[in-house]
Design a protein around this ligand. Sequence first.
Ligand SMILES: Cc1cc2nc3c(=O)[nH]c(=O)nc-3n(C[C@H](O)[C@H](O)[C@H](O)COP(=O)(O)OP(=O)(O)OC[C@H]3O[C@@H](n4cnc5c(N)ncnc54)[C@H](O)[C@@H]3O)c2cc1C
Length: 403
Amino acid sequence: MPDSRYDAIVVGARCAGSPTAMLLARKGHKVLMVDRAKFPSDTVSTHLIHPPGVASLKRWGLLDRVVATGCPPISTYTMNLGPIILKGSPGTKEAPASYGPRRTVLDKILLDAAAEAGVEVREEFTVENLVFDGDRVSGIRGHGKNGASVTESARVVIGADGLNSLVAKDVGAEAYHEKPRLQAGYYSYWSNLPVEGGFEAYDRAERGWAAWGTNDGLTLLVVSWPIAEFEANRNDVEKHYLASLDRAPEFAERVRAAKREERYVGMAVPNHFRKPFGPGWALVGDAGYNKDFITAQGISDAFRDAEQCADALDQVFKGTSTHEAAMGAFQSARDQHALPMYGFTCDFASFTPPTPEKRQLMGAIHGNQEAMDGFMRMFAGVDSPADFFSDANIGKIMSSASR
Ligand SMILES: Cc1cc2nc3c(=O)[nH]c(=O)nc-3n(C[C@H](O)[C@H](O)[C@H](O)COP(=O)(O)OP(=O)(O)OC[C@H]3O[C@@H](n4cnc5c(N)ncnc54)[C@H](O)[C@@H]3O)c2cc1C
């Protein structure tokens, strides 16, 4: 392997990139991280961080910084399904609350932590293409703002460059479990919009929405509809956003009394996994696994990837494992963990009407606090949908409802 200036170059400096770079640098590796954006800056994303993501922030010593920005803790999720309302806690002992910090706030905290760990950070640096040595990735070519092209080399280039990853495209990363876009979601920020328990979600026929508190006393409200309505509704988002809320008149009333402070932003995303490694390259976050945002898993998943990919590459750099073996184990663990939630998320985003069995199950969960907490922990990605919807757990819930 030719001499490389860096152990790792990380392309992308948000939820996946900054923690990956930070954790590698904390393990003593030489890391360059680049992003075409300048920080702090926003990106198209709502930003509920469920307890697993909060636990990562805590382990990294960064939760206090997030809390200090004044974004409120969310200890209860309330889900209004029309005929019934489920209310429970998604929290764990380690992370009893979720948080919804603005991406301007969160991403800057992550980037600063990477720089503090010793990562060389280049903002406003756009990667144009990867550099190859045979079929092995050996570096990047890119340019700073108004600058000439430069080439940098590394033992591994990590694509943390999001859904439309250039790294994934240049290496031809194989995609699998692909599903098309399923729903479109639009959000904005409101003042004077109180939210019960910190997080409220509503599920209605072909509509869903959720609201939670964020920085500066604002409430984020995101509204979703099926992808079949995407084209028809995109020319008057406000009309369809507000009309959706009329399906829950009390909530619509609250929104009418509130004030919208920012423009509407939204999108629809495809669903897929990508093979996250090959000779001289790796993928983390959305670059390697993208799913609909309706269950708000992306940030926690990006954090999980960062920890597991950094551990795997640490073994490679120390010579205790090969790239193929360590990153193969990373891929298996990622997919095994993600697949049940991927199925639940795609199903939820499809707006398919609940089956009679599902309706019966929701009715049985209602009022059973242990089951409602379990449902919220599953929705938050704390417990696997495979366990929550197991025959044993459903049997337990149904039998306590019939007592
Ligand atoms: C509408 C919407 C709502 C969402 N809501 C939630 C939610 O509530 N909770 C949740 O957990 N997740 C949510 N997600 C998902 C979440 O936003 C993503 O999972 C998360 O941002 C992934 O982080 P990332 O670092 O992988 O990618 P990104 O955040 O996309 O960051 C990629 C970075 O790479 C940089 N980059 C890309 N190409 C290049 C290049 N060629 N050169 C240099 N830099 C480059 C970009 O500038 C960017 O800064 C939502 C997503 C959407 C679209």
